[in-house]
Design a protein around this ligand. Structure first.
Ligand code: 13P
Length: 250
């Protein structure tokens, strides 16, 4: 059995500038291999690089997404913000929402729910991030936290075909630590069954994110319940990102 229908999403966070575009050359070539026909590769650079990324990648199957958006779909007086319509108009197809680094800055479930609705309205695919903190994990509250984040984030939403969930334990992001395979499998299965009950949708995709790298990917890719990876630091070096994809699909 191969893993070739997986998602590989590069979240560049607040890194990169125009010269980073040159690093896309090798992944553009790599993405054309036959083995990757069903594989979804998505780049989420900072807002400033969305258009150059869209332009550079347009002759490939690699898609581009934003890392956040404002919850209001219409234009408005929101200094420093951009909305889903603007992101869509740049040629992007995805947006990451609910990332813990934005929750940490005050984004709550209610705002995230509005953002998801506005993104869906603009036909963007949503990468909806959820995850527990170390404190919550230690108190055995992981499933309670995930259930709350998911049910609140998806409140009054009935169309799920444009939503992908990314399970990103906060304690794992940037720490080099990943959950034990058995625990991770158990959590992904829990989230899938929660969503099945909530939406009767059988094939919602669940990704894992948090310290994914070229060393631990072999172990992570053995967990069959996972449909792909949301990768921060290791995605900024194209060679490593390609290596992670290769090691997963082979
Ligand atoms: P790292 O892969 O750097 O731990 O970041 C994960 C993440 O936050 C992706 O959204």
């Amino acid at each position: 059995m191969t893993n070739n229908n997986m998602y590989f999403i590069a979240n560049w966070k607040m890194y990169g500038n125009l010269s980073s575009i040159t690093t896309l050359k090798s992944i553009k070539i790599f993405s054309k291999t036959r083995k990757l026909k069903k594989t979804k590769i998505i780049y989420c650079p900072p807002y400033t690089l969305l258009r150059p990324f869209v332009d550079t990648l347009k002759s490939s199957t690699i898609k581009v997404g934003a890392q956040n958006c404002h919850h209001q779909t219409d234009f408005g007086s929101f200094t420093g913000s951009i909305n889903a319509k603007m992101i869509k108009s740049l040629g992007c197809s995805y947006v990451i929402l609910g990332h813990s680094e934005n929750r940490r800055e005050g984004e709550n479930d209610k705002i995230i729910n509005l953002k998801i609705k506005s993104a869906i309205k603009e036909n963007l695919k949503v990468i909806f991030c959820v995850g527990e903190t170390l404190k919550e994990k230690r108190k055995n509250k992981t499933k309670i936290v995930l259930k709350k984040q998911i049910l609140n984030g998806l409140k009054n939403i009935s169309k799920f075909n444009n939503i992908i969930i990314a399970y990103e334990p906060v304690w794992s992001i940037g720490s080099g630590k990943i959950p034990a395979s058995k625990d991770l499998d158990n959590i992904v299965i829990f989230v899938k069954s929660l969503l099945r009950k909530r939406s009767r949708l059988k094939n919602i995709k669940i990704l894992y994110g948090g310290s994914v790298n070229t060393k631990n990917i072999k172990e992570l890719s053995k967990i069959r319940s996972i449909n792909g990876f949301l990768i921060g630091g290791a995605s900024q070096k194209t060679k490593n990102f390609i290596d992670i994809i290769k090691k997963t699909i082979n």
